[in-house]
Design a protein around this ligand. Structure first.
Ligand code: DI6
Ligand code: FE
Length: 409
């Protein structure tokens, strides 16, 4: 007779992230076919009437939904530590840009890399996130800026989900920067981006469409053209909005019922109201704020008061956030911007799932959801936001399978 459950994870405290932390001490979770089949008090598991083919003793650790990094540019070639060092030795941004540095140096390196090289360079960064309990990862294109090179980035993003125990959401960010071939012809490049989209979507490479709406990126009108191309294909949109100035991008993405508006340091009251009405998640990216030594925090209190869900992500990228720690992003969101530890954890679970449009599948511990878990050697969930530079993850479960067991403390 086959057992009703494949695995029962027991001797564990649960933070279901339903409601608040949804704490359930001395709990157990049953998995069947990669999904959560049952959860409750450990003592009730037998009464629930099912037996398990295997039992995993979690040694009194905490179990949360697997963490979700819902905004990254983690697939890219090269890095920019040379520019970091040059700036700290007195070179200006202007000098760096004149010498062909900045984002274009990453575009050159990414264009020059083969699929295999791009994957090889990206995997150690991804492994760092996965070791901290990440089970879902969003990866943007945007350093190719041609059909061929954007397709390569998105293929590599898909490949990451095949070779690593993580589910990947691939986002097309063709409207990230103006490639040199289109200098002075931004509208022509936007037409090119809109033309790339059907070809990339037809290859199954696009889960969502993003753009960089900024004075140094693309205008409100140009961004809307990209959104129209996405809408024509039924693809959801998200936006780098109000990072350096208020372009009213959050209002635009909310009008398209977008999944998320990201960064938001310069978000105004109109944008908050639009996001509230549109059900658009605010994705907060403290790594970029820290690395750029920005001084204008996003309007966290107003977002909270409006009930706009807030997610937290690494924004891993070589220019403004070379950060490969989601736990550090949580700590920064609390220390720099006064999120509570509960908000920070919700920001990397339940609200991050919504920012990817996957709230019915991941982000909380609920029967029927994907059995993606992180196991932690902590005293209480707030520990995840409290310490920094310390990794208490003792195991990661992907679709029910324990993939990274570490030696129990
Ligand atoms: N906003 C940023 O901060 C990064 N991209 C974006 O849209 C910068 C990316 C880079 O400098 O490589
Ligand atoms: Fe970004």
């Amino acid at each position: 007779m086959s057992a009703a459950w494949d695995v029962l994870y027991t001797n564990v405290h649960l933070a279901t992230m339903v409601g608040n932390y949804g704490e359930l001490r001395d709990g157990a979770v049953a998995v069947k076919d990669g999904r959560i089949a049952w959860l409750g008090k450990a003592g009730d598991a037998t009464a629930a009437g099912a037996d398990a083919a295997a039992v995993h003793d979690c040694g009194g650790s905490w179990l949360t939904p697997g963490l979700i990094d819902c905004h990254t540019h983690i697939v890219h070639a090269g890095n920019r530590s040379d520019e970091f060092e040059a700036r700290l030795n007195g070179t200006t941004y202007e000098d760096i840009a004149k010498a062909g540095g900045g984002i274009m140096s990453t575009v050159r390196a990414t264009r020059a890399a083969t699929d295999e090289e791009l994957l090889k360079q990206s995997l150690p960064r991804i492994a760092s996130l996965l070791a901290e309990g990440v089970t879902t990862l969003e990866i943007k294109s945007g350093y190719g800026l041609s059909l061929e090179a954007e397709a390569k980035m998105l293929r590599v993003a898909r490949r990451v989900g095949e070779v690593m125990p993580v589910s990947v959401a691939a986002t097309f960010l063709g409207a990230h920067a103006l490639p040199p071939e289109f200098a002075g012809r931004a509208d022509d490049y936007v037409a090119e981006v809109c033309a790339m989209l059907p070809a990339l979507a037809a290859q199954g490479l696009v889960d969502a469409v993003d753009a960089f709406c900024e004075r140094i990126g693309f205008s409100h009108a140009q961004t809307e053209r990209v959104f129209q191309a996405a809408a024509a294909l039924g693809l959801p949109v998200k936006l780098h909005a109000e990072q350096l100035s208020d372009q009213h991008g959050a209002g635009l993405v909310a009008r398209y019922r977008g999944l998320s508006a990201d960064h938001l340091e310069h978000l105004g009251a109109d944008g908050i109201a639009a996001m509230q009405a549109g059900g658009t998640v605010a994705v907060l990216l403290p790594g970029a704020y820290y690395f750029l030594r920005d001084t204008t925090p996003p309007p966290v209190a107003a977002l909270r008061a409006a009930g706009v869900p807030m997610a937290v992500a690494t924004d891993n990228n070589p220019g403004t956030s070379p950060m490969t720690s989601i736990l550090l992003a949580m700590n920064m969101a609390c220390t720099l911007w006064r999120l509570t530890p509960l908000e920070a954890l919700a920001g990397c679970t339940v609200h991050a799932a919504r920012a990817l449009g996957r709230q019915d599948d991941i982000g909380t511990l609920e029967v029927g959801k994907r059995a993606d878990f992180a196991l932690w050697d902590i005293a209480r969930p707030a520990d995840l936001s409290y310490s920094f530079g310390y990794n208490p993850c003792r195991g990661v479960v992907n679709a029910g399978v324990l993939r990274q067991p570490r030696v129990a403390a």
